[in-house]
Write a protein that binds this ligand. Structure first.
Ligand code: XIL
Length: 359
């Protein structure tokens, strides 16, 4: 634990010196969040196995980490039903060695299925569904703070009744795949917090509003039916170019919380693709969006964790996407630390939003 004077001194450092890293050197975001009764951390993955600077950054800033990819079905089982847990085991060990809490994602997701899954009959798909849940959850039982049991259940533009997302698990079971996943996961790891994770809810457009309504109805139904469900994850891939309304989002969070679930912001980052090229200007806009969003969200007491989707711009999925374009796109700056692991204005904005929360 840190004392309040130390905290205020550290937060003032970048204001006095203009150097965000002055704060970062003294005190990490995880420690500042802890003062506000909040867990802060980030996604990480196999890059930590070879990048010591990234390992240091994570150990300094994060109190909780999420495997970005390595526990996903298609990463564990790229070629067929038999899983390879080699990398996942190393990531779980890294978290344990550094005393970081660990989130698993995404156990069951209709997006990104490996092609071999589509060649199975419905009966075979149901079998691998149960096998995947049992094997993966029980392997790490007791070691995972929370698991995204079902990721992104909804995608209304596809036109299914109820707004559900299409994919192999929906094909095999209909929407009961959700109940089945939660019940089986609870049996395989009775300690982990079973989480339902969803995208788009931060957007105040037709898509965001319909996903919010769908999610509220689903949570109510699952709770009524006695399905084990402990937390809701809201991804928080913010896209400031689309309409947003933080007040409406906070109302939605409060409604979710009324069902007795914890809330986690699970994949926070900011899409800067529609922002100006000028780096200083872009960083200022990004920092302001982090500050406003978190300041609103943290007024909801049920919000217990904030996790960014990686810490450094170097490993953002947006950097990957930009690099794959021909010609390569502008380097995105969606995260609190730059490509060289230096704190940016966004890190100060996050620190200030955490410090302003009443614990
Ligand atoms: C993304 C990863 O960041 C990429 O590296 C991968 O290629 C695809 O998945 N919503 C989610 C996350 O639930 O699991 C996604 O992660 C980003 C969008």
């Amino acid at each position: 634990m840190i004392d309040r004077r130390q905290l205020l001194g550290a937060l003032a450092a970048p204001l006095l010196t203009g150097d965000s890293n002055a704060r970062a050197q003294t005190i990490g975001l995880g420690a500042i969040a802890e003062q506000a009764g909040l867990l802060f951390g980030s996604a990480f993955d196999r890059e930590i196995l070879t990048d010591a600077d990234d390992r240091r950054l994570i150990a300094r800033e994060a109190h909780i980490v999420t495997t970005e990819n390595s526990l996903k079905f298609d990463w564990l089982r790229p070629n067929g039903p038999k899983a390879d847990f080699t990398i996942a085991d190393q990531l779980v060990d890294f978290a344990a060695r550094n005393r970081l809490k660990l989130r698993g994602t995404a156990l069951i997701w209709n997006d990104n299925p490996p092609p071999w899954l589509y060649r199975l009959s419905s009966i075979e798909m149901r079998k691998i569904f149960d096998q995947h849940i049992e094997e993966t959850l029980s392997r790490y039982s007791g070691r995972i703070h929370s698991w995204d049991i079902v990721n992104e259940p909804f995608y209304p533009p596809q036109g299914l009744t109820g707004g559900y997302r299409k994919g192999p698990w929906y094909t095999a079971f209909g929407d009961t795949y959700i109940d089945r996943a939660f019940r089986r996961a609870a049996a395989a790891d009775p300690k982990t917090r079973l989480t339902l994770n969803e995208a788009f809810c931060e957007q105040d457009d037709a898509l965001g509003r319909s996903v919010r309504a769908n999610l509220l109805a689903l949570v109510e139904r699952l709770k009524t039916d006695g399905v084990p469900l402990h937390a809701i994850g809201l991804q928080g891939h913010l896209k400031p170019a689309l309409p947003f309304d933080d007040h409406a989002f906070v109302e939605f969070l409060s409604k979710l919380a009324s069902f007795g679930v914890d809330l986690f912001i699970t994949e926070l980052d900011i899409d800067d693709s529609a922002m100006p090229d000028d780096v200083a200007e872009r960083d200022r806009l990004i920092a302001r969006r982090y500050r406003d969003f978190l300041t609103s969200v943290l007024t909801v007491p049920a919000v217990k964790a904030v996790i960014t989707w990686q810490l450094s711009d170097r490993y953002s999925w947006y950097a990957d996407l930009a690099a794959r374009k021909a010609p390569a796109g502008r380097a995105p700056r969606p995260l609190p630390f730059d490509r060289d692991f230096k704190a940016k204005a966004a890190a100060d904005a996050i620190a200030l939003a955490f410090a302003g929360r009443k614990a």
